[in-house]
Design a protein around this ligand. Structure first.
Ligand code: NAD
Length: 478
């Protein structure tokens, strides 16, 4: 019997109206679990519970919130191998990647335990005699958290932890494909001393549960990570009712490789950034912009390294690349392979459907030589498909890198301090990497982008306070 994951509403585990099934993309005969699908009535109940719990939680001491978050972080860290197994089984990233993600989630809770205690204000002299001015931060209220499937422990952690640390109540909706990970996190949170209503878990569809959260006048803020289309819809709905909103969406991140770069290091950055986690990362390097002087050598070496990658079951020791998350994402990847061929991009390697011992969504990582106007060089694919664009010079490469509607992150491989410095100043992104893959970021510093990739304040680190608090200015005459 598969485990039934229930919703967590007002401190109780609740059944849904129907149940859904969570599948293992490495082995379609393996059911990870059944989950209770919430509807709009459950959503309303969770939101009302959160709204009722807000005042009391907002006035708890920072020590209490720090203790709760520390306990959650400790349990996640102690159980990171087991949580990593669940993640690898449900989402399909390899076991080492999944265990690392679980560890990261634990560290995020630990970090925000400290942030509860560091929430600072300021006191200023007024421009009027006898008046003092205090500027303080207060919780926003009820925060709706809507998460994607590709980092099912880390992304919920980097939203839930700051929300609770800064005294907010949470209604959390994981993505439909990964209810098991959402439930595991909720189970840990439910045992950490959080009062009823302060944290709620709702599993269900975006259209029903997500939409009801976005539209509810009792939800003061929405933090969303997912696709551009959904993000734009949420932006319109929250703007209409003036709720606070934070959106993290897609990317088409460039990695520039200059002729003076350490070739092995550059190939490693490209391989990691483009194909690890099956390319299912908003920070993936999907445009490799390579200076003409090193272009052919770079492509040959990257091809060689790609051919050596082992694609297979996420839980098998030695697997480098796990499966694609589900059939529709696999079909999307395959359709972009087709689009690339049809628009005249030169196919270098990969993109084949692979069969393994178990029935899973396996494909080999693909590489194309493309032109800047090609769709495969402009649109987010969200799979193990990358393209190489040839550049005449650093300046040309930077122009190509910035020529995109997205602006999440960008990388540069070089040994030139001059170019590295110029790049950090001029890349039109939220995160710039020098001699590192575009994917792979620290948990204590801001995360987010510009242009079509992000909207609203940054996530993570102390910058998270911008979204999860509101500022009050108080005047006293004495
Ligand atoms: P998605 O937009 O389909 O779903 C994201 C979440 O939104 C899910 O929980 C879904 O149920 C919910 N949702 C769907 N419709 C909704 C609606 N009408 N109202 C409210 N909620 C709704 O995205 P996905 O397929 O889960 O994730 C992949 C996308 O996420 C990619 O485009 C990727 O780039 C992006 N992503 C971005 C970041 C980042 O930080 N920038 C990180 C990871 C993933």
């Amino acid at each position: 019997m598969a485990q039934l994951f229930k919703n967590y509403i007002n401190g109780r585990w609740e059944n849904g109206v129907t149940t859904g099934v969570s599948e293992n993309p490495s082995d379609l005969d393996d059911v990870v679990g059944e989950y209770a699908r919430a509807d709009s009535n459950h959503t309303e109940a969770a939101i009302r519970a959160a709204a009722s719990a807000c005042d009391a939680w907002a006035h708890t001491t920072p020590q209490r919130r720090a203790d709760v978050l520390d306990q959650i972080g400790s349990e996640v860290l102690v159980r990171k191998e087991e949580l990593g197994q669940l993640l690898a089984r449900e989402e399909g990233k390899t076991l080492p990647e999944a265990v690392a993600e679980a560890g990261r989630a634990g560290n995020i809770f630990k970090y925000f335990a400290g942030e509860s205690l560091r929430s600072a204000g300021e006191r200023l002299a007024s421009v009027r005699p006898g008046v003092d001015v205090e500027v303080s931060r207060e919780p926003v209220g009820v925060v709706g958290i809507i998460a994607p499937w590709n980092f099912p422990l880390a992304i919920p952690a980097w939203k839930i932890a700051p929300a609770l640390a800064h005294g907010n109540c949470v209604v959390f909706k994981p993505a439909e494909l990964v209810p098991g990970c959402g439930w595991a996190l909720a189970d840990i949170i439910s045992r950490a001393g959080v009062p009823a209503g302060v944290f709620n878990l709702l599993m269900g569809s975006g259209r029903q549960v997500g939409q009801a959260m976005v539209d509810s006048p009792l939800v003061d803020a929405i933090s969303f990570t997912g696709s551009v289309a959904t993000g734009e819809q949420i932006l319109r709905a929250t703007a209409a009712r003036r709720a606070k909103v934070q959106l993290e969406m897609g990317g088409k991140n460039p990695l520039i490789v200059l002729a003076d770069a350490d070739l092995e290091q550059a190939v490693e950055c490209a391989l990691q950034g483009s194909f690890f986690s099956t390319g299912q990362r908003c920070t993936a390097s999907s445009r490799l912009i390579v200076e003409a002087g090193v272009h052919d050598r770079f492509v040959a070496r990257l091809r060689e390294r790609m051919l050596a990658l082992r694609v297979g079951h996420a839980l098998t020791r030695g697997t480098d690349i796990g499966p694609v998350v589900n059939r529709s994402q696999l079909e999307q990847n395959q359709s972009y392979i087709e689009i690339g061929r049809n628009e005249g991009a030169e196919h270098v390697v990969g993109g084949d459907l692979l069969s393994r011992e178990t029935r899973g969504h396996f494909m080999s990582p693909a590489l194309f030589l493309a032109q800047p106007q090609h769709r495969i060089a402009r649109e987010e694919i969200f799979g193990p498909v990358a393209c190489v664009l040839k550049a005449d010079s650093y300046e040309h490469a930077l122009t190509l890198a910035n020529d995109t509607p997205f602006g999440l992150c960008a990388g540069l491989c070089t040994t030139s301090l001059k170019h590295a410095t110029h790049f950090k100043r001029n890349a039109k992104v939220g995160m710039a990497m020098v001699n590192l893959p575009t994917a792979g970021v620290d948990y204590h510093v801001p995360f987010g982008g510009r242009k079509g990739s992000s909207h609203g304040p940054r996530e993570q680190g102390r910058y998270a306070a911008e979204f999860y608090t509101t500022v009050k200015t108080a005047y006293t005459f004495a």
